[in-house]
Design a protein around this ligand. Structure first.
Ligand SMILES: [Zn+2]
Length: 276
């Protein structure tokens, strides 16, 4: 093994490992071709992933993976294969990673499998802030357009181009290779996920504000409820939880139970309890 390889590995280890202690292998993390979800990474995205995946731990989706069977990426490289074109006619570019495992009795069999070429299918997880329509250039994370991925427009396959990678989380070896491209799959969170998360937070905040108003009412009557509502209006989730806790403490457990029973029976509107 080249000493420079061992040096790179030892940047990530707590103690200096010797050549005999490590197992080094390469994986293809992702590429620039259109995948089975009709999506692809932009070349800028691949370059960001190249930087972000260094040091990232990979996990093995392995039936006997009770033991510690982690690998870590210590080097990455973008490679252009001029002999192969993507579906949209550009040279094929892929992100290759070098990973290492510390050899143990537990991962002996796994290493033999990797050596035998069995477990080379990789799945990656990352965040893409932009999902660009290949037909019109619209960012589908922000606006919708009428182009449907997988359909043909002007003789070209409509697909989404994933761009602006904000984070790379993990990579894993998957047991079933059912993909089109070199055994590469990807998971990513896009803005849609973020939006639905924001909606969930909004719903949760609204519920907290209702609780706070109810608790304040039981603690100090209508005027207290109004004041609590006003101060809760601009609080974030954490502040709301803290405020609810303090009201909860003020009201005491018995009152809380009465109040919760009441709210369960009533229509859940902020004012309903004042009718009592
Ligand atoms: Zn479009």
């Amino acid at each position: 093994m080249d000493k420079s390889i061992l040096d790179k590995i030892n940047k990530f280890t707590r103690r200096t490992l010797s050549e005999n202690e490590v197992y080094v292998f390469s994986v293809i993390l992702c590429d620039n071709d259109i995948d089975r979800d009709c999506e692809r990474f932009s070349e800028k995205a691949l370059d960001t992933l190249r930087e972000k995946f260094i040091g990232k731990t990979g996990i093995f989706d392995h039936d006997t993976s009770t033991a510690n069977q982690n690998a870590r990426i210590f080097d990455t490289e973008l490679i252009t294969d001029d002999s192969r074109l993507t579906q949209y006619g550009k040279p094929y570019v892929y992100l290759k990673a070098m990973a290492y495992m510390v050899r143990t009795d537990e991962n002996k069999n796994l290493i033999a499998e990797i050596d035998g070429g069995i477990k080379k299918e990789v799945s990656i997880s990352c965040s893409a802030a932009r999902r660009i329509c290949s037909v019109c250039g619209n960012d589908k994370n922000i606006n919708t357009c009428n182009h449907v991925k997988g359909k043909i427009y002007g003789g070209k396959l409509c697909h989404n181009v994933l761009d602006d990678i904000t984070d790379a989380y993990e990579w894993s070896f998957v047991a079933v290779p059912a993909q089109v491209n070199a055994g590469v799959t990807k998971k990513y969170s896009d803005d849609t996920a973020v939006k639905s998360q924001a909606r969930d937070i909004q719903l949760c905040d609204d519920e907290l504000r209702r609780d706070i108003r109810r608790f304040a009412y039981f603690a100090g009557g209508r005027a207290a409820a109004d004041i609590a509502s006003i101060s809760a209006a601009n609080m974030n989730t954490q502040q709301l939880i803290a405020l609810r806790k303090s009201f909860e403490a003020q009201c005491g457990k018995a009152k809380t139970e009465v109040q919760l029973e009441y709210s369960a029976k009533s229509e859940d509107t902020a004012e309903s309890f004042t009718m009592k």
